[in-house]
Design a protein around this ligand. Sequence first.
Ligand code: SF4
Length: 405
Amino acid sequence: MTHAAGPQPRRASVAVDVGGVLVGGGAPVVVQSMTNTDTADVDATVAQVAALARSGSEIVRITVDRDESAAAVPRIRERLERLGLEVPLVGDFHYIGHKLLADHPACAEALAKYRINPGNVGFKDKKDRQFIAIIETAIRYDKPVRIGVNWGSLDQALLTRLMDDNQAKGSPLAAREVTREAIIQSALLSAELAEQTGLGRDRIILSAKVSQVQDLIAVYLELARRSDHALHLGLTEAGMGSKGIVASSAALSIILQEGVGDTIRISLTPEPGGDRTKEVIVAQELLQVIGFRQFVPVVAACPGCGRTTSTVFQELARTIEDDLRRNMPVWRDKYPGVEGLQVAVMGCIVNGPGESKHADIGISLPGTGESPAAPVFVDGRKVATLRGTNIAADFQDMVADYIEQ
Ligand code: SF4
């Protein structure tokens, strides 16, 4: 068995312009996120969209679930523009999207994309009619849509039909495989209907989210094989804390490695009072560690061990990383290429000097029993030895000077 030395070539997908951000067609994989505020609460939603955009979310989705939230959308758009934030807003519609878009033309205009869930766009004979109504609105306002299938709200009529067909053939497929097929078909049949209604392929993004890693990988790779639509990747209901991060990263990195996926969202259940921007940071870090995009300089830090009794180096690594992330919006414009910087913060002489020499700038802090001196390496050469109680602040200054030079 041979192993590819790197990611597979990116799958050719049709590019979709989402409010000025290109998704698919070979464009860099886009990071997006979603608010959890009540959209009718303009202040709270503007604040959260602004925080998500400033942390690096290139597209932000907001819930549009009733008249009050639809009426708030143009006000949110206007307030963001006054803050100088152009981030495209996507409206997340369920059940009554057709009605909200028809009744609130300013909302239809202010949004950069509409998300439609074919599993709950309407029931029985109303389903296609209401789906088509949203597509016609998208055509009228020249907006793209995401046809977002979710197995928690899968089209039950389609699933039942595929289950019956499978049974009639003697059940060659397990129930799980039939469900995967229903998810894929729901996305593809809906895209077909949207195109028959007159929406261009360059106006359609597909997603097919499930909550199990192996199912997600299988569904997306098959969906990619059967279509050339731009694909939005995400593991739904990924969960809280490290479980959500690990599950999303495991699934998405395998799919991306296969060359599939044009935009990602990491769905994390926030801790009570937790920071929503975490999902953006995790998405950026995922794309960065697999070498797809560069957002902030990499800080290499050792895990620490019995050779270090203090936490100075861990605190320093955290401070440097926070500093870099905070300054990045300004530095990115001022110092092109700064995202590619590599910084090392190491805890003792064992791997410290070696790792620091490989970085653009690195420091090897003294471990237990070592003399209290911290050599600093720049571009592979030792340039200084820091001593005393100000080592952390001095190194921070040296990193800032390095970037400026
Ligand atoms: Fe431990 Fe030193 Fe290795 Fe850090 S560099 S993990 S302190 S041996």
